[in-house]
Design a protein around this ligand. Structure first.
Ligand code: S3P
Length: 740
C-alpha cells in the first residue's frame, strides 16, 4: 500500500509502530532514523526496520509516510529541519503526547500547518523503554487519537487512520484543544500528583518510617511516579496551559476537601467519596467496553433461548422499578435520612441515583438492595455540573422534569437513542401551563432544557392519556407550585407517587380519578421496603403458565391494584395463579404468587385493564400465541411510544417465529396455537434494545420447536439485571450467546 515508511526516533513507540507495520506487509520498506547508532543496529537486528539511514534528508526523499516519534520537546527542531526538505507528497504524522505545541511548531516551521500533516497520539506505553522493547502488538485495542485540522487533507488522514487500524488500534478523531484538555486531566494531572506526593513525603525527616509502612493505597496511587522523568518534564512544558487549567480546578476542590476535614464536615466528605467511587465504577465500565470489547459485541448482546423446559421452584425477582425511582426522588427531597431496602439495582434506577448525586445529594449504596439517601429537603438540590444523563429511563426523565421545572437552577436532561425518540411534550406542555420554561428538540423529543428560577402556579389538568409518569411529574411540580395542583386521569394508573408522598408525610388528596397536592408542606425521611416488581414477575407468570408441568412460587411481589392487570388478564385466559400470604409492607400490598401450568384460551382483553398491565403486553402476547383461539387487544396505542414500538416490534418477532399476528393502530390480533402444540418455530428476532421484548421472547422458547436467537438484549439490565440467572434457576434454557 505504501512504498516507504520512515520512522524518525526508534524508541518504544516509534519502534513498535515500525515493527507492527513491517510485519503487516503494508509497506514496501520501513526505514529507521535515530541519533543513537546503537539503537539503529538493534532495530535492524530485531527486525523492527528493514534498514536505517544516517542522513535524515536522504531517508525522507521519496518517502510516502514520515512518522515523527522523537521526544516532544525535540519536535520543534525536527519540524524546522524537515521544512527545509522537499517532502513531495509524503504524509507527516507524529506521536506527541500534547498536540497544541506540535501544531504550533509545525506552523512556525512551515509557515502554516501542512495539509499532509496528521497530528496523532497513541495512548499506549509501558514501563519499558527503548527500541529493544518494541512490540508489534503494543497498540492493539488501545486508543489512538488523531487531531486533524481544518486544512488537513482527508486522504492523508484516511491513510494514517488506516495504518493505526492495521495495528489493531481503536482510532478516534478529536480537536487539538480538546485532546490537550482531556489528556491534561486524565493523564498529566495524575502524574504530577504522583510525582509530587512521593517527593513531598520523601523530603520529610521521618520518611523512612513513612515508606516502611506504606501499604497498598500508597503503592497504587504512586505507581506512576516510577515513569520516565525526562519524558514527563517534556510533557508538562509542552502542555502547560491545559495542565494549569486542570490543576487550578483541582486545587480548589482539594481546598474544599481540606476545609471539610478541618470543619469535621463528614457529610461533605461522604458526598465526595461516594460520588467518586460511583464515578470510578461507571468510567471503568465505559473504558472496559470501549477498549476491550468490539463495537459489534457490545451493541448486540444476543440471548440464545433453547426450546422446551418446565418451570418450577421459588424465586424473588428484583425490586419494583417504579417504586425504586420514587424512593430516591422523594428520599432526596425529604428532611433526614431515608433507608431503602429491596432497591432495584438495574440501570434505570441507577440513572436516577446518579442524577440526584449530580445534584448534590449524598446517596450510599446500592449494596444488596440497600440504599441510604441523605435528604436535602425540598429546596436543597444544587445545579448538576453538566447535562443529566438518564440512559434508557423514561420514568426518570418525565418525573425529574416536573421536579426540575421548579428549581432555582437550569437543567438539561438527556438519554440514550431510545429515550431520545420518546415524546416529552406530554409533560412539557402542562408544565409550561404551570409557568415552567422548557425547551425540547424537534417534536418534543429529548434533550429537555429546563430553565430555573420560574414561579409555578397550580394547575387543574385532565390527562389526555392514562399515564402515571405524567401524573407523577405534575404532582412533583405541584409540591412547589402556588396553590393546588389537581390531576385527573382518564383511567386508573399506578399510584406509587401518591402512596409514597403520604409515606413521607406529605398530604395528597385522592377523590375519584383526581389526585391533588398543595405546596407548603415538607417530606420527612422514612424507611422504604421495595417489593419485588410485578412487571418482572410477569415473565415468569407467563412462563409457568405456558410450560407443561410447571409450578412456581414468586415471592414478595407488589400487588398494588393499579399494577395487577397482568394477573387479571392471565386469569381471564384461564391461568392458574393464586395469591398467598397477602400482607402490606410500607404502604404497598404484597403477596407470594403461585402459578401452575394451565390451558390458556384467547380473549378480548378488556380495555379498562390496559393501563393496569401497560408494561406486561410483550409477554402477554407470548401467552396469547400459546392460547387456544384468538386474542384481541385494543386501546393500547401507548405501547407504540414505549422503549420501542412494542406493537410493531412484537408483531415482527411473532411473525418471524411463525405466529399469526396482525398489528393494528392501537393493538394486535393474535391467533394462538393452543395447549400442547409448539406455538413458535425457532428463529431470529430483534429486541430493538427494549428490555421487555428481549425477555418476552426468552419466555417464548418454552413452547418453541427450535432455538430462538434474540438480538440486542443488553438493555435487559435496565430493569432485570439477573434475568438469565433466575431463568436458569427455574429451568428455562436461556443463555448469553458466547461472543467470538
Ligand atoms: C411508569 C409508568 C408507565 C410505565 C413505566 C413506568 C411509572 O409509563 O410504562 O414503565 O413508573 O410511572 P406511562 O406513564 O408512560 O404509561
Amino acid at each position: 500500500m505504501i512504498s516507504r515508511l520512515v520512522v524518525i526516533g526508534l524508541g518504544l513507540i516509534g519502534g513498535s509502530f515500525a515493527k507492527g507495520l513491517r510485519e503487516s506487509g503494508l509497506c514496501g520498506e520501513v526505514v529507521g532514523v535515530d541519533l543513537n547508532p546503537h539503537s539503529c543496529e538493534l532495530a535492524i537486528e530485531l527486525g523492527v526496520v528493514d534498514r536505517c539511514e544516517g542522513d535524515i534528508a536522504a531517508a525522507c526523499r521519496g518517502a510516502d509516510v514520515i512518522m515523527l516519534a522523537v521526544p516532544i520537546l525535540a519536535m520543534e527542531k525536527l519540524l524546522a529541519l524537515l521544512a527545509t526538505f522537499d517532502l513531495g507528497d509524503a504524509v507527516l504524522t507524529d506521536v506527541g503526547s500534547a498536540k497544541g505545541n506540535v501544531v504550533r511548531a509545525a506552523r512556525l516551521a512551515f509557515g502554516n500547518c501542512p495539509a499532509r500533516f496528521v497530528p496523532g497520539h497513541p495512548i499506549a506505553g509501558s514501563e519499558q523503554s527503548g527500541v529493544e522493547a518494541s512490540n508489534a502488538q503494543l497498540f492493539r485495542r488501545h486508543k489512538v487519537i488523531l487531531t486533524p485540522l481544518a486544512e488537513t487533507d482527508p486522504a492523508a488522514l484516511a491513510l494514517i487512520d488506516r495504518l493505526w487500524s492495521e495495528l489493531g488500534a481503536d482510532v478516534e478523531h478529536m480537536q487539538v484543544e480538546r485532546h490537550d484538555e482531556v489528556l491534561a486531566a486524565t493523564s498529566h494531572l495524575p502524574h504530577l500528583l504522583a510525582f509530587g506526593l512521593v517527593d513531598s513525603l520523601a523530603k520529610r525527616n521521618e520518611n523512612l518510617d513513612i515508606f516502611r509502612y506504606a501499604a497498598g493505597g500508597f503503592r497504587d496511587f504512586t505507581r506512576i511516579a516510577g515513569s520516565d522523568p525526562v519524558m514527563w518534564h517534556d510533557i508538562f512544558l509542552a502542555n502547560r496551559e491545559a495542565v494549569l487549567r486542570t490543576l487550578d480546578t483541582f486545587r480548589s476542590d482539594l481546598d474544599a476537601l481540606r476545609d471539610a476535614v478541618d470543619a469535621g464536615d463528614g457529610h461533605q466528605l461522604l458526598g465526595v467519596f461516594t460520588r467518586a467511587r460511583v464515578a470510578r465504577e461507571h468510567f471503568s465500565k465505559i473504558l472496559a467496553r470501549r477498549a476491550y470489547v468490539d463495537a459489534m459485541n457490545s451493541n448486540d448482546l444476543i440471548f440464545l433461548a433453547n426450546p422446551g423446559g418446565r418451570v418450577s421452584g421459588r424465586i424473588r425477582v428484583p425490586g419494583d422499578k417504579s417504586i425504586s425511582h420514587r424512593s430516591i426522588m422523594l428520599g432526596s427531597l425529604a428532611e433526614g435520612t431515608t433507608e431503602v431496602e429491596g432497591f432495584l439495582e438495574g440501570e434505570d434506577a441507577l440513572a436516577t441515583i446518579q442524577a440526584f448525586r449530580d445534584m448534590g445529594v449524598v446517596i450510599e449504596g446500592p449494596n444488596h438492595g440497600r440504599v441510604t439517601v441523605h435528604g436535602v429537603g425540598l429546596h436543597g438540590l444544587k445545579a448538576a455540573p453538566g447535562p443529566i444523563y438518564l440512559g434508557n429511563s423514561g420514568t426518570s426523565m418525565r418525573l425529574l422534569s416536573g421536579l426540575l421545572a421548579a428549581q432555582s437552577f437550569d437543567s438539561t436532561l438527556t438519554g440514550d437513542p431510545s429515550l431520545s425518540k420518546r415524546p416529552m411534550n406530554r409533560v412539557a406542555n402542562p408544565l409550561r401551563e404551570m409557568g415552567a420554561v422548557i425547551e425540547t428538540a424537534a417534536e418534543g423529543r429529548p434533550p429537555m432544557v429546563i430553565r430555573g428560577g420560574k414561579r409555578l402556579t397550580g394547575l387543574t389538568y385532565t390527562l389526555p392519556m392514562a399515564s402515571a409518569q405524567v401524573k407523577s411529574c405534575l404532582l412533583l411540580a405541584g409540591l412547589y407550585a402556588e396553590g393546588e395542583t389537581r390531576v385527573t386521569e382518564p383511567a386508573p394508573t399506578r399510584d406509587h407517587t401518591e402512596r409514597m408522598l403520604r409515606g413521607f408525610g406529605y398530604p395528597v388528596t385522592t377523590e375519584g380519578s383526581t389526585a391533588s397536592v398543595e405546596s407548603g408542606h415538607t417530606l420527612t425521611a422514612t424507611h422504604i421496603e421495595v417489593p419485588a416488581d410485578i412487571s418482572s414477575s410477569a415473565f415468569f407468570l407467563v412462563a409457568a403458565s405456558i410450560a407443561e408441568n410447571s409450578d412456581l412460587l414468586l415471592e414478595h411481589v407488589g400487588i398494588n391494584p393499579t399494577r395487577t392487570g397482568v394477573i387479571d388478564i392471565l386469569r381471564l385466559m384461564g391461568a392458574d395463579i393464586t395469591l398467598e400470604n397477602q400482607r402490606e409492607v410500607g404502604g404497598e400490598p404484597v403477596a407470594d404468587l403461585r402459578v401452575r401450568s394451565a390451558k390458556l384460551k384467547g380473549i378480548d382483553i378488556p380495555e379498562e385493564l390496559v393501563p393496569l398491565a401497560i408494561d406486561e403486553f410483550p409477554v402477554l402476547f407470548v401467552a396469547a400465541a400459546c392460547a387456544d383461539g384468538r386474542t384481541v387487544l385494543r386501546g393500547a396505542e401507548e405501547l407504540r411510544v414505549k422503549e420501542s414500538d412494542r406493537i410493531q416490534v412484537m408483531a415482527d418477532g411473532l411473525l418471524a417465529l411463525g405466529v399469526k399476528a396482525e398489528p393494528t393502530a392501537d393493538g394486535i390480533i393474535i391467533d394462538g396455537a393452543g395447549f400442547g402444540a409448539d406455538a413458535f418455530s425457532g428463529g431470529e428476532v430483534h429486541a430493538h434494545g427494549d428490555h421487555r421484548i428481549g425477555m418476552a421472547f426468552s419466555v417464548a422458547s418454552l413452547r418453541a420447536s427450535a432455538p430462538i436467537r434474540i438480538h440486542d438484549c443488553a438493555n435487559v439490565a435496565t430493569s432485570f439485571p439477573n434475568f438469565l440467572e433466575l431463568c436458569g434457576k427455574v429451568g428455562m434454557r436461556v443463555v448469553k450467546e458466547a461472543q467470538s
